[in-house]
Design a protein around this ligand. Structure first.
Ligand code: NAD
Length: 288
């Protein structure tokens, strides 16, 4: 694989940045990967495990001279970090991000960036319930989608290079409009996380009645379904605060469906339940 950038800077050194650094270095996509995280402890861990070629003590130092700066922090930190690095960006550099919400990130980041710097938001559809600098692995993006959010003014060369980077990290790259992205992800990722968190809350509530049985005897269904409820609370708080409209729309539809099934159970409407499960099973089986 050939080199795409001389220097890539990763701001925020958790699961996604760690995986990017390992994937970039695996394929030789950059001459140097620099990294910065706000917490001194995270920087120390990143140094200890050799997560990047160089760990810097300020975001400005990591971003200076970088051809590509990728913001890998929680959504709520994107704007402040963009503001902090803006004066240090080199002309012609590209700034991107990996945030799970796109419209709010565009609105928070774009106003801070100077003329002559390209901004191309991105979202790799890959992750685990683990977080922090030790959670990353080079294969995270293999055969996963990475959605890029260019607009009509996006520089085509800068876009091609970012596409090449994500392809080099193993991803399949597609473009999507920010608002559409947020609605699609509300269905496929954001609402399921909220429902999983809720189910664990319900089990915990019930535990007070049944002692420790709910957790002790938790069946495969509960375990599979709630795995994502072990995800990072800061990240998910920020996702919901920044994708309000779409998640509220999807949760409204979800509760309508849930109430319909609740009514079918109460009234003994087996046909409705059977037809519903037959239809949704066929859809689910179509998803690999
Ligand atoms: P993480 O919790 O593993 O890492 C976040 C890192 O950001 C931590 O190292 C933290 O110290 C650092 N950080 C927090 N605030 C900061 C600040 N103000 N300045 C500098 N560093 C700061 O999180 P992650 O899973 O790598 O997620 C990072 C981003 O990627 C989020 O925006 C998230 O929406 C997005 N994302 C996550 C997943 C997933 O499944 N985890 C998938 C796709 C995209």
């Amino acid at each position: 694989m050939s080199r795409v950038y001389d220097r890539v800077a990763l701001i925020g050194l958790g699961l996604i940045a760690g995986s990017m650094s390992l994937a970039i270095r695996r394929a030789g996509l950059a001459a140097e990967v620099t990294g910065y995280a706000r917490s001194a402890e995270t920087r120390a861990t990143a140094r200890e495990i050799g997560l990047c070629d160089r760990i810097c003590d300020t975001a400005a130092e990591a971003a200076a001279d970088a051809d590509l700066v990728v913001l890998c922090v929680p959504i709520g930190a994107m704007g402040p970090v963009a503001e902090e690095i803006a004066p240090h960006l080199k002309p012609g550099a590209t700034v991107s991000d990996v945030g799970s919400v796109k419209k709010a990130v565009v609105e928070a980041v774009a106003p801070h960036l100077p003329q002559g710097v390209h901004f191309i938001p991105a979202h790799p559809l890959a992750g685990t319930e683990h977080s922090g600098p030790r959670a990353g692995f080079a294969e995270l993006f293999d055969n996963r989608f990475c959605l890029l959010v260019p607009d009509a003014d996006t520089d085509t060369d800068a876009l091609e290079r970012l596409r090449a980077l994500w392809r080099g990290m193993g991803a399949t790259v597609e473009d999507m409009d920010a608002e559409h992205h947020d609605l699609v992800l509300a269905v496929t990722s954001h609402a399921p996380h909220l429902i999983a968190y809720t189910m664990v809350g319900v089990a915990d509530d019930l535990r007070r009645v049944t002692d420790s049985e709910v957790i002790r005897y938790s069946a495969a269904g509960f375990r599979d379904f709630t795995r994502i409820a072990a995800s990072d609370p800061t990240m998910w708080r920020d996702v919901f605060l920044n994708n309000k409209e779409a998640t509220l729309e999807i949760l409204g539809r979800f509760t309508e469906e849930l109430f319909a099934l609740q009514r079918a159970i109460r009234t003994g409407d087996g046909d409705l339940l059977f037809d519903y499960f037959t239809r949704t099973r066929a859809i689910r089986r179509g998803i690999i």
